[in-house]
Design a binder for this molecule. Structure first.
Ligand code: SAM
Length: 347
């Protein structure tokens, strides 16, 4: 990430450009194109301000955005562009996150923790609503974006911590925990971004998160997780994992299966150059998991008895959820690099 520095007029300059000159705004900040502009437009929309904030660069080809901007929930959020090839690139805003923020259910006055914060989207929404928020991410680049987004949106104090899941908040308890963990099932040996690498079953980070949840929720604490799961005639893989892991905890969990599942075969197409792709795919198909589906998991800590309720919610189609908001170019997933040892380093 380049040096980004917002001041009090930066957000309004962005919003004015978006509202008045949507094509220019979209070409620059959604599609990452170079744009030549007449002087009157540059002056009217304070392009010098956007350049000095580090959001635009200027060359003989014209202006070009250094970051993708997404406007959701009254926030303007900077992230990397989806075709950035760095394994630590910061997750652009996807439809599952806009779905999540519409469904946040923290209790009044709750002490909140946002794990895997990325651009900080959930942490910022919570802080904007007046909650006391801590946000954690393993990727230092994500925290730089999240802090910039806090400054850009003029949002009050958030405690940002770098680390692996709950490690930086060991010993603390929270009334509300949110998370969108990395969730893509990836054949062994395939490269992928840190933000999406979920190991061969997609659940490597989710499992660790769920196992630790009980130790970090306050009495009657609530959690919400949006993620993705292998599914098929055997049901959903995540339901099996949850059922096994909540035994002996007081966690009461509701698993909402969202929209229509996608075929695993086509979703995993971009890994087909990997030698292990075929056997990995055949393994899942043979065990009854031929699809992938978005899920929203919510739950609370209550007493000593655990429970799991699974429901189907077809009210969201989840069509196009695999692509970032407003992104019109194909994502070059085949070329992305795998996060090597970072993901599992200190579990
Ligand atoms: C799918 S992105 C979600 C980002 C953001 N919450 C959103 O919804 O747009 C997952 C995030 O988890 C972070 N991450 C991956 N492994 C992690 C770990 N072990 N501990 C903490 N954060 C992790 C990644 O850096 C990435 O920012």
């Amino acid at each position: 990430m380049n040096m980004l520095k917002a001041n009090s007029g930066t957000k309004s300059a962005i919003e004015q450009l978006r509202d008045d000159e949507n094509k220019i705004f979209s070409d620059l900040f959604y599609r990452g194109e170079s744009v030549r502009l007449p002087a009157d437009i540059r002056q009217r929309y304070g392009f010098e301000k956007l350049v000095s904030a580090g959001l635009l660069s200027c060359s003989a080809q014209g202006y070009r955005a250094t970051v993708m901007l997404s406007c959701v929930g009254g926030l303007v959020l900077a992230t990397d562009f989806p075709d950035n090839q760095d394994e630590r690139m910061v997750f652009p805003i996807h439809p599952e996150s806009t779905y999540f923020i519409k469904n946040i259910s923290a209790r009044k006055g709750a002490k909140c923790l946002d794990i895997c914060t990325g651009s900080g989207i959930y942490a910022l929404i919570l802080a904007k609503q007046g909650y006391q928020v801590t946000a954690v991410d393993l990727n230092p680049e994500a925290l730089k974006y999240a802090k910039f987004n806090q400054e850009l949106n003029g949002i009050g104090k958030i405690r940002f911590l770098r680390g692996n899941l709950f490690t930086p908040v060991r010993g603390e308890r929270f009334d509300y925990i949110s998370c969108n963990p990395p969730f893509e099932p990836v054949p062994p040996g395939s490269r992928h971004y840190l933000h999406s690498y979920g190991g061969p079953d997609g659940l490597i980070v989710f499992d660790k998160l769920l196992r630790a949840l009980n130790d970090f929720l306050s009495e009657k604490g609530v959690f919400q997780i949006v993620t993705y799961t292998l599914s098929g005639k055997r049901g959903s893989l995540i339901a099996e994992h949850i059922a096994n892991q909540i035994k002996g905890t007081g966690l009461n969990v509701m698993l909402k299966l969202l929209g229509k599942p996608q075929p695993l075969k086509s979703a995993a197409e971009h890994y087909k150059t990997n030698k292990l792709h075929q056997s990995w795919l055949a393994g899942w198909l043979g065990s009854g998991y031929s699809q992938l589906q978005y899920v929203m998991i919510s739950g609370k800590r209550q007493g000593h008895r655990h429970s799991l309720k699974v429901i189907n919610d077809k009210s969201e189609s989840c069509k196009g959820w695999d692509l970032p908001l407003n992104w019109k170019k194909p994502v070059l997933l085949r070329k992305v690099r795998r996060p090597a040892t970072i993901v599992c380093a200190d579990f």
